[in-house]
Write a protein that binds this ligand. Structure first.
Ligand SMILES: [Ca+2]
Ligand SMILES: [Ca+2]
Length: 141
């Protein structure tokens, strides 16, 4: 299974993440780091991810997002996209979107408090939708 691993780090020690790393994996094997062009295309993705406040102090990599799509029908559009917010290999919380009728639009958005502000609300769903949209734009699935 292929997934994008997203790591946010607080290198300056100011309490908020200032650095993002993107790595492409297949079956837990690192394929490569994102290219400069991909990092540029992921700018909006990164802005939304930083708002999730799921980051590491310093150069840690324990906390990260694993994001992947599922397309069991094998057509051009994924049936679902999943987000796993991990601490090491353990999933701490997750989110998913599902395209029930396979028209390319996701009718179902499942998520909890992805931005860690103590409330599960519409803002969380907006973040998930933005992350999914920008992830799919990458065209890497
Ligand atoms: Ca649909
Ligand atoms: Ca929230």
């Amino acid at each position: 299974m292929r997934y994008l691993k997203v790591i946010a780090q607080d290198l300056s020690g100011e309490g908020t993440a200032d650095t993002l790393r993107y790595r492409f994996f297949e079956d837990d094997t690192l394929l490569r780091e994102a290219t400069a062009d991909e990092v540029r295309r992921l700018r909006t993705f990164g802005t939304n991810y930083l708002k999730c406040r799921w980051f590491n102090d310093g150069e840690g990599e324990e906390r990260h997002l694993r994001m992947f799509s599922l397309n069991p029908s094998g057509d051009g559009t994924p049936e679902s996209v999943r987000l796993h917010f991990n601490e090491g290999s353990v999933i701490q919380y997750k989110a998913a979107v599902h395209d029930l009728d396979n028209d390319g639009a996701f009718e179902i958005v499942l998520c909890s408090d992805v931005d860690n502000d103590g409330r599960a609300d519409r803002t969380d769903r907006t973040r998930v939708n933005a992350l999914v949209r920008e992830f799919l734009k990458l065209g890497w699935q």
